[in-house]
Design a protein around this ligand. Structure first.
Ligand code: CA
Ligand code: CA
Length: 168
């Protein structure tokens, strides 16, 4: 059976969201992503940055569920992901950036501290969030357009939206 490049990409994006690999996306996956990020950067869940990340993860989940969970069972199946999330977000990438922004903002705070976020740390964030290793490293390097080794929130939000709103 021939799998198209588009189908392969969709499968990779779905797997990125389905952090525990049980075949559907739900709140637990977003909480797992937050937990993995905190572990990666050695940040306590009860710290201000840790709490902000969990709040962002909940908002991200609610936004995704609002777009994709057609039957309201609090799970996004692969079919709901493809027919709901991918199509609707492709038509409206700004919407995706909007629902992902609080989480990404908090993730960058966890990764970068007060001094901004470096290319390597941005690559680590993307990898923890399920972006393929090579893609994450390339994406992080490309984000640093002025070559100063730092990446800002606008750049990572739009890159994240581009990655997850797969062109057909
Ligand atoms: Ca899951
Ligand atoms: Ca559902």
């Amino acid at each position: 059976m021939v799998t198209s490049e588009y189908e392969r990409r969709i499968a990779a994006r779905f797997a990125g969201f389905d952090q525990d690999g049980n075949g559907y996306i739900d709140r637990e996956d977003f909480m797992a992503a937050a937990k993995a990020l905190l572990a990666e950067f050695g940040t306590a869940a009860r710290s201000d940055k840790g709490q902000a990340l969990y709040i962002g993860a909940e908002a991200f989940w609610q936004g995704m569920a609002g777009i994709a969970d057609r039957d309201g069972d609090q799970r996004i199946t692969r079919e709901e992901f493809v027919n709901g999330a991918v199509k609707r977000l492709r038509d409206n990438p700004d919407r995706f950036a909007e629902i992902a922004r609080p989480f990404l903002h908090a993730a960058l705070a966890v990764a970068g501290g007060d001094a901004g976020v470096g290319v390597d740390d941005t690559s680590r964030v993307l990898r923890v969030l399920g972006v393929d290793g090579d893609v994450a490293a390339q994406a992080a390097a490309q984000l640093d357009t002025d070559g100063d080794g730092r990446i800002d929130e606008e750049e990572i939000v739009s890159a994240f939206a581009r990655y997850f709103t797969v062109p057909e």
